[in-house]
Ligand binder design. Sequence first.
Ligand code: CAA
Ligand code: NAD
Length: 292
Amino acid sequence: MEIRKVAVLGAGLMGHGIAQVAAQVPGYQVVVRDVEQRFIDNGEAMIRDSLERFVKKGVLTERQAKETLGRTKFTLDLNEAVRDADLIIEAITEDENLKVSLLKEASQKAPHHSIFASNTSSISITLLGTATNRPDKVCGMHFFNPPQLMKLVEIVRGAKTSDETVEIIKSVASRMGKETVIVKKDSPGFIVNRILVPALNEAIFLIHEGVASPEDVDKAMKLGLNWPMGPFTLLDYVGLDTTLAIIDVFLKEFQDSKYRPCPLLKQMVRGGLYGRKSGRGFYDWSKGPPEI
Ligand code: CAA
Ligand code: NAD
């Protein structure tokens, strides 16, 4: 099946980046849908900013950046986004109920042939597939933040995902310049987040217990393990709300107390300290990236 039109649902941290890497493929037309104009405006601004950086670095020519923007449309209307889409990539908030209800509605409006891919970090692909009227055409397509730079896409099979769906997503990821791994069994957090998210939660326990400061934990993991970003910079970058949602899925699905979210994480999310996207998390981002 040839993919010509890609709909991306959600224009947030991940949705804008996924839309951009899709629109950078010359044969794809992309439409991005969010629920409020301010989220669309923010997503579009992030795409423009990223394209500008690529032009400055010589990764893209000015013409390629302009053409990428020309292939990207934005809408608040779900019907307009999905009605003639060949591939629909869901990248909305990490919330099972929201995703189930959106996928149900979108699959009723989308053409019969279209494929659904979810960028969920942890939620069952089998469950999301069941919400649609075509579970064989649903799979996980898990990008990493920032999607414009990170090379990996995890392709996750749900219980009913067909081989053909996996092959199509593999080829789309490859056209986007990504490397793929196949997650054969639908399991919370797939590969990378199963390892990363408990590590990030453990880092928060270090602070909660007064063992070290966020700055020193970041310094330790950068210099001691060569992590490109320390865990607290990464937590702020990913979003504390998203991290808590993921660890909550682990706790619920594995029913193992080793996935208990750190109380400090819960408290910070309650306080709206989500990280970079809200201006403050473990660090203050209101005047740009923190100097660590
Ligand atoms: N678009 C285009 N260019 C960008 C960009 C973007 N969105 N973001 C950064 N850049 C460019 C910058 O222009 C800069 O270019 P030069 O090197 O030519 O100057 C370069 O990338 C580096 O940028 P920064 O100096 O701002 O930052 P950095 O050196 O720290 O690199 C990074 C950025 C690649 C993100 C790096 O810090 C990194 O790899 N961090 C870890 C990211 C990570 O672990 N992601 C996975 C998170 S987990 C996840 O995603 C899964 C989940 O479900 C939660
Ligand atoms: P975000 O909070 O930055 O953006 C979510 C966007 O979804 C918001 O703009 C919100 O308005 C929008 N949205 C909510 N309901 C919607 C609907 N019904 N239709 C369209 N848009 C809707 O979140 P994010 O970090 O971009 O995460 C999105 C998804 O990607 C989540 O499933 C998350 O787990 C996953 N993910 C996140 C990261 C990360 O590092 N943040 C990495 C990989 C995967």
